[in-house]
Structures are given as C-alpha cells and as structure tokens.
Design a protein around this ligand. Structure first.
Ligand code: NDP
Length: 296
C-alpha cells in the first residue's frame, strides 16, 4: 500500500477526549450541562442507528441528550410546534432534526424553523450565510470533520487544488466553502464537480486533495487520481453483499494516493464528533447570552 491511512476513528477519539475536557471545565464554571435534543420522526432503521450513535457520543463526553420520537404520520404543524418548544427551552442547546423526514413534511421549512443559535447541523440559511461570508457560527458537521482531518494530519490546503465531487447542501457545497476560506484548512483553489460535469476524470486528476461525496459505490478509480494526492472518501454505500463501501475504489486508489481515508473508520466518526463540538459551542453561546442579559 503506497498511501498513508487517514485514521478518522482514532482522530475522532482524540477530539472527543478534548471536547470532554472542555465540557468538564464549562460545566464546572457555568453550572450548565450542554444538552443535545434529537428529533426522530417515523421508523427509519438507518436513522435510528445514527441518532443512537449521536446520543451515545454526546453522553460519553459529559453532555446530556434528549430523544423526541414522533410517529411517521406526524403533521408539519405538529413538528413545527415541537421545534418552537425546543427553541424556547433554555435547557436545550443543540437541536438535531434527523433526516430524511416523512414525505408530508417540508424539510426545508422545518430546518429553517430551528433557532440559528441551536442549529448544530448548520443547515439554517443564517448559518449557511455566515459560513459563506467566512465567519461561521457553526460549520456543517461532515465538512467540518474533513477539514479537521486535513489540518490535524498535516495536509496543507493553502494554494493547493482541492476538487470536491458532489454539490449537496450537506456535504459538497459547505466543503468547498470551508476550503476556500482564509486561514488554516482553507486558502485552497477549489473546484466543485457534479453529475453534469464534463470530463470529470481530467479534473479529478488535477486534484492535490480529492474529496468524494457523490453516493456512488467505488466510483473513483485509480486512473482518476493524481499520484500522491490526499483522497478523502465521504461516501457510505451498502453493496448487495451487505458490505459498506465508500465512493472511492479503496484497494486500487491506495496504490496511487499519498493519503487516503478508509470506509468505515474515516469521515463517519468525525461527523458525529463535530456535532458534539457544535453542541458545546451552542451551550457556550447560550451561557454568554445569559450572562450578558443578567448584567444589563
Ligand atoms: P446527495 O445525493 O445529496 O448528493 C450527491 C451529489 O453527487 C450531487 O451533487 C450529484 O450531482 C453528485 N453526483 C452523483 N453522481 C455523480 C456522478 N456520477 N458524477 C459526478 N457527480 C455525481 O448526497 P450527499 O452529499 O448527502 O452524500 C454523498 C455521500 O456521502 C453519500 O454516500 C452519503 O451516504 C455520504 N455521507 C456520509 C456522511 C458521513 O458522515 N460519512 C455524512 C453525509 C453523507 P447533481 O447535483 O448534479 O445531482
């Protein structure tokens, strides 16, 4: 194997230990325990697993978590009422609406209803705007995790060509936005590719850093990768055999790349970790606001 493995699982454990220490200090000083509220609508087995992992992780770092379950027939009105209630609840610092939501619900309207100060997934238009302007309040968890992976693995982004495969609002676009900002983990020259991109391989072969987030199993082949490139695989695809694979043909690409993330054990654990980081930031923001109001 030529490429060095970017071990997201080990890094996530290190960052979670740092967060646990910060939570301990924050709770001792402010007498507040950060709390993440997760809203799960309907019975999607994958969503159940994601929410369980997020809650367990939050409790591991000393936060509290709440799970609010709603049945699959829940109306938009009822869900919006719950969001309003969580927005007003001073004991809740982060609100997580697990996607996908059932068909009768307008997901965009629900995500826009979450208080931007509790929007730990960073999906609210106000938080998207702040990110684009280069002054993020919260960064979306998956791209934030990828950026931390690059920074903490010593992979230089400044002045290098980063190619992002995928333009979703959750991964591709915010990933590109983070990489193009000024500062550590940024200052890259960024290209975004999507399903209408022509001659995709000619573009990916120019990438010093290639980030794949398209949801197509083992799509990125060795001849699409520049020798020595850092390849980050966000994809999570289940093969008919049940095996979980990424968007990158790992066995072939590892012979060409300089660095590569595995699936599983790459980006996934970092996504959960950055959700915890955002929840702690939300709790800090709330405590600062409370203290400012008390001194007026
Ligand atoms: P979306 O389906 O929302 O977006 C996929 C993007 O990839 C679209 O922009 C689409 O283009 C583009 N695309 C699809 N096929 C091709 C192709 N053949 N060539 C070029 N571009 C293509 O997916 P997400 O961004 O939500 O997720 C992407 C992957 O990452 C999935 O496998 C998902 O499971 C995984 N994921 C993993 C996370 C983790 O924590 N590890 C977190 C979130 C997602 P167009 O816009 O033109 O349709």
């Amino acid at each position: 194997m030529a490429a060095a493995l970017l071990d997201g699982k080990a890094l996530a454990a290190r960052i979670q230990a740092e967060i646990a220490e910060e939570v301990r200090a924050f709770t001792a000083q402010m007498h507040v325990t950060p709390c993440l509220a997760a809203v799960l609508v309907g019975e999607n087995p994958a969503s159940e697993v994601y929410v369980r992992n997020k809650r367990l992780a939050s409790e591991r770092v000393g936060m509290t978590s709440r799970l609010i379950r709603m049945d699959s027939q829940t109306s938009q009105h009822k869900l919006l009422a719950l969001v309003a209630q969580l927005n007003a609840d001073t004991a809740v610092h982060g609100i997580l609406i697990q996607l996908p939501l059932p068909k009768q619900i307008d997901s965009h309207a629900v995500l826009c209803a979450v208080s931007p100060l509790k929007d730990v997934d960073a999906f609210h238009p106000e938080n998207v705007g702040l990110l684009v302007q280069g002054t993020p309040r919260f960064a979306p968890c998956t791209p934030y995790g990828v950026q931390q992976l690059l920074i903490r693995s010593g992979i230089e982004t400044a002045g290098r060509h980063a190619v992002v495969l995928g333009r979703s609002d959750i991964v591709g676009k915010p990933m590109a936005n983070l990489l193009v900002q000024r500062g550590p983990g940024g200052d890259a020259t960024v290209t975004i590719c999507h399903s209408k991109t022509r001659d995709l391989a000619a573009i990916t072969r120019q990438a010093d850093i290639l980030i794949a987030a398209i949801g197509q199993a083992q799509f990125v082949k060795a001849d699409m990768v520049k020798p020595g490139a850092a390849v980050v695989d966000v994809g999570m695809n289940r093969l008919d055999s049940g095996k979980l694979v990424g968007d990158v043909d790992f066995d072939a690409v590892k012979e060409v790349a300089g660095h590569i993330t595995p699936v599983p054990g790459g980006v996934g654990p970092l996504t959960v970790t950055m959700l915890l980081k955002n929840t702690l930031s939300a709790a800090i923001l709330s405590a600062v606001k409370r203290d400012l109001l008390n001194t007026d």
